[in-house]
Structures are given as C-alpha cells and as structure tokens.
Write a protein that binds this ligand. Structure first.
Ligand SMILES: N[C@@H](CCC(=O)N[C@@H](CS)C(=O)NCC(=O)O)C(=O)O
Length: 254
C-alpha cells in the first residue's frame, strides 16, 4: 500500500483493514452498502470490516476523512486490496464497484448491455431524483415547526411524484406488464437497483405521507415487503451496524 495514501490521523481500523472497509453511519445511504455486502457474503463468502462515525461529531469533515472523500460525507468504501488503496464515494457508485469486482456471477447485476442500460437508468433515477429529494423532505419535516411549510410541501409532493413513477413501473401501468423488481427482463430480478432505492423507501409508511397517497402505491408496498423478507437485507439494515449495540465500531480521532 502507498505510504502517503492515508493521513497521520487516519484511524487504524481504516488503514490496517485487510480488504474492503466501509466507513459509514446508520443512514439509508449507509444501509444500502451494508445490505449488498451481506448479500455478497451469502453468495460468495465475502468478508469486510466496518467503522461507524457519529455525524454530529463532524468526523466526516476532518482532514483524514476528506483525503478519502473530499465531499465530506458517508458512506466511503475503501479497498485495501488495491495498491494504492482504492476509495469509492457516492453510495450508488459503491454498489456498482462491489457488483463489478465481487459479483462475478451477476447475481445482483446484469451482464447483457441492454439489461445493464436499463438497470443504470433506474439506479441513477433513484440516486438523482429520489434520495436527495427524500433527504430534503426528511430535513424540513423534522426541522420546521410548521408541517405544511412551503419547503415541506414541495419536497413531499416531489417524493410522492417519484414514488408514483416507481408504482407505475412496477404495476405495468404504461406497459401492460407488471414487475416484481425495478430492473431485469420479464418481471425483473432482484439487483443493486432495488437495494439502492429500498434502503430509503422502506420507511415510506411512516414519513408523514397522506394515508390516501400511501394506499395508492400498492405495488410499491408489495415490493418493499418482498425485499424486506430477505435475510441479508434484514442483517444489513439491522442492529449489527447500530452504534448503540456495537460501540466498538465507532471511530473518533480526538
Ligand atoms: N450522494 C451521496 C450522499 C451522501 C450523504 O448525504 N451522506 C450523509 C448521510 S446519509 C452525510 O454524510 N451527512 C453528513 C454531512 O453532510 O456532514 C451518496 O449517495 O453517498
């Protein structure tokens, strides 16, 4: 490994990790990567290590962290098997990196260029049009005293619009063919495209959306429940990565 790749203050857990190491927090963007790691463990026996940071301590704005990700946000995937080590920022790019380096049998991704093109469309659709909007909606609904503030309403309406696009895709409203998963031929096959969006949409029944709007998303609801049943999904989004349960995973440099 290159000697100046890490900073002096980079925690040992990161620089001494033998293989893949995920620096993260218990958020939807962090969870999606843990879910794929758990899926890859079930299929390929993949091993990795994890460090958690508390976002309120601003560890993600410190020099050692910015050297790995100048965007100062989690999650970051570090691959110490590469020389120099390879870092990946942006959670969806981390899913793609893991799919292309570990998932040799295409259990969670697609080898066919047309299927891959379709998968990228839905992956990027959620990354660009779903998660930033839901993130802003969460911010305003938690931090304004007026639940009907202009900002809250605007982001809630846009979250609902994006959910309706996914509902139409899954129900086959425009194609006449319903699907179980967001990408893949026929009714679709479970892939990183689903993991990417599910980590956020899993909570859709409890984020303050109107009941009649929730009732209007039956296919999305079935998709959420179908993915929630997977053991790797339950492990990846469960208490195994909860800092309250596993304080030994927390890193803090001062
Ligand atoms: N587009 C990025 C978003 C990353 C992001 O917003 N991370 C949040 C937590 S989910 C974060 O680090 N927030 C702390 C901060 O901004 O300081 C991704 O998909 O990885």
């Amino acid at each position: 490994m290159s000697s100046n790749f890490y900073a002096e203050k980079t925690p040992d857990a990161v620089k001494n990790a033998k293989g893949l190491h995920l620096i993260t927090s218990l958020t939807p963007n962090g969870r999606k990567v843990h879910i794929l790691l758990e899926e890859l463990k079930d299929v390929y026996g993949l091993e990795w290590t994890t460090s958690l940071i508390k976002l309120e301590t601003k560890e993600q704005k410190k020099d050692w962290f910015l050297k790995l990700n100048p965007n100062g946000r989690i999650p970051i995937l570090v691959d110490n098997t590469q020389n120099p080590p390879h870092t990946v920022m942006e959670s969806s790019a981390e899913l793609v990196y893991l799919a292309s380096t570990v998932d040799k049998d295409y259990k969670f991704w697609f080898s066919d260029p047309i299927e891959q093109s379709e998968a990228y469309q839905w992956l990027i659709f959620w990354h660009a049009s779903g998660q930033p909007i839901q993130g802003q909606y969460n911010y305003f609904r938690r931090n304004t005293t007026d639940p009907n503030s202009h900002a809250t309403e605007r982001f809630r309406d846009e979250v609902l619009r994006v959910y309706r696009v996914l509902e139409a895709h899954l129900s086959g409203k425009h194609t006449g063919r319903s699907r179980k998963y967001l990408a893949g031929p026929g009714e679709g096959t479970y892939s990183i495209v689903d993991i990417n969006a599910w980590a956020w949409i899993r909570t859709y029944r409890s984020i303050g959306l109107p009941e009649d709007e929730i009732a209007g998303l039956p296919h999305l609801g079935q998709w959420v429940d179908r993915i929630a049943d997977r053991p790797a999904v339950q492990r990846g989004s469960g208490e195994r990565y909860d800092e309250e349960v596993h304080p030994e995973l927390l890193i803090r440099t001062d």
